[in-house]
Design a protein around this ligand. Structure first.
Ligand SMILES: [Zn+2]
Ligand SMILES: [Zn+2]
Length: 281
């Protein structure tokens, strides 16, 4: 059994076949945590989870790219879109969590310095992202849920990771967190491990040619590793070019087992236990 610890079956990309996608995952022994990125997608993540007795969970939060109105031109992995900008209303999220026992984390929230809107002052945006990140941390502490952190630095930099570490040190002295879609270098990964957190790897490790994933995988203890798909984005090999989905998390686990030279059954056992411990599922 595997857990896709961060996915978006609650997104439009799955509007016609979300239940088929979930069923495919559950039938192949994959549990799912759908992450919200705005209030609306947080609510749809909760609603989706409520339709299943087991194996489908939700995380709720406001993603840093949705704090300001702007047009987002994403990677070739992703689609471009326009966001209206949303204020983080802690009361609405608190109520949403109270409505369901399926909410297992506060996420995805954090810092994104990769796609800063051109028309705004970058220092002001970064400050706002930090303030909103701290508000999420306060909510998570209040309701006793782990953090699912999004962090994307500027191209060729570790800046956002450094800032996330600083915010954690000043505001969150707990190992109950994960850093999702980790794309940093090995020393940065180990900074999160040192603080007791889990590092989530996804399809990128199946197609990364920079060598960075190799170093991260070699250094990162299995006891600190979890998997995700971040579907519909970041489709792993051998399905590049197709829409990603939770059942494909298996390709990520297999690739890691191969890179580390350990048995897939061991990888499944340890990483699934890690995720179940964090999310208490
Ligand atoms: Zn993310
Ligand atoms: Zn995501």
């Amino acid at each position: 059994m595997l857990i896709d610890t961060h996915t978006h079956v609650n997104f439009k990309a799955f509007k016609d076949d979300a239940d088929d996608v979930v069923k495919r995952a559950l039938d192949s022994g994959v549990w799912i945590v759908n992450a919200g990125t705005k209030f609306e997608t947080s609510r749809s993540a909760v609603e989706l989870a409520e339709n299943y007795s087991d194996g489908v969970y939700a995380a709720v939060a406001l993603h840093p790219i949705h704090l300001f109105e702007h047009r987002v031109d994403l990677d070739e992995e992703e689609a471009s879109f326009h966001t209206d900008g949303e204020e983080f209303e802690v009361g609405s999220f608190r109520d949403l969590v109270a409505r369901s026992t399926k909410v297992v984390a506060i996420g995805e929230f954090g810092l994104d310095y990769y796609r800063l809107p051109k028309e705004h002052d970058h220092d002001a945006i970064k400050q706002k992202q930090k303030d909103v990140m701290i508000k999420h941390i306060e909510l998570a502490k209040e309701i006793d849920k782990p953090l699912m952190i999004h962090c994307r630095p500027a191209e060729g930099s570790m800046d956002a990771y450094q800032d996330v570490l600083k915010i954690l040190d000043e505001n969150y002295r707990s190992p109950n967190f994960e850093i999702h879609c980790f794309t940093g270098d090995a020393p940065t990964a180990m900074e999160f491990v040192k603080r007791g957190g889990l590092v989530a790897l996804n399809g990128i490790i199946t197609f990364d040619k920079t060598g960075r994933s190799d170093k991260v995988v070699k250094n990162l203890p299995l006891e600190s590793t979890i998997f995700e798909t971040d579907a519909p984005f970041l489709t792993p090999l051998p399905h590049r070019g197709k829409r990603n989905e939770p059942s494909y998390v298996r390709f990520v686990a297999e690739k890691l087992a191969q890179m580390k030279g350990i048995d897939i059954s061991k990888v499944e056992e340890v990483t699934t236990a890690n995720a179940r411990r964090l999310f208490r599922i």
